[in-house]
Design a protein around this ligand. Sequence first.
Ligand SMILES: O=C(CO)[C@H](O)[C@H](O)COP(=O)(O)O
Length: 210
Amino acid sequence: MAKLQVAIDLLSTKEALELAAKVAPYVDIIELGTPLIKSEGLAVIKAMKAAHPDKLVFADFKTADTGELEAGMAFGAGADLVTILGSVDDATVIGAVKAAKEHGKGVVVDTIGVKDRVKRAQEVSKLGVEFVELHAGLDEQAQPGYSIQVLIDEAKRAGVPVSIAGGVNIDTIAAVKAAGVAVAVAGGAIYGAKDPAAAAKALREALDAA
Ligand SMILES: O=C(CO)[C@H](O)[C@H](O)COP(=O)(O)O
């Protein structure tokens, strides 16, 4: 069964906690977005894990170097999963996986900006990561002609556990699920909705539908 991850790209701990309280019943993973962590620091991880100990808390660090150090910081603050950029040296991923093993947690590789996402997903999957995020970031999504279909096609070819992030919404989630993803990530479709709880519920139901 695919997991549902809410990506919280808001800027304050207060807003993030308010949103999480509304959508937690429908999601498996609560992602603290990179801008949120830059704005609020490690304290937002600690606060979210304290509020939702039964959820997986995902720290979107997008680490580019010192993988062991930064992953250890995230896990020490209460994160269950942390992201490392896929474009960086394998040594950074290996260091983060070492920290994950020490803490009993997991590493997710984010392929944002990677040219051949499938090839890199297959490479880093051999390094002991939990799953690989096939990701078109917010800037890439804003380019004319962007379509999530490219990520869906890649997920079908990957042959390793992947998530899709970059335009998952109520219109696309069935195709995302059919691609066999481990995790569907929805940010704007939830935090940008008039009723985030209803949006998360609808996504959950679509994901769980036979
Ligand atoms: O990590 C991110 C940006 O770097 C976003 O959280 C991710 O792209 C989710 O996007 P969307 O709002 O389209 O669901």
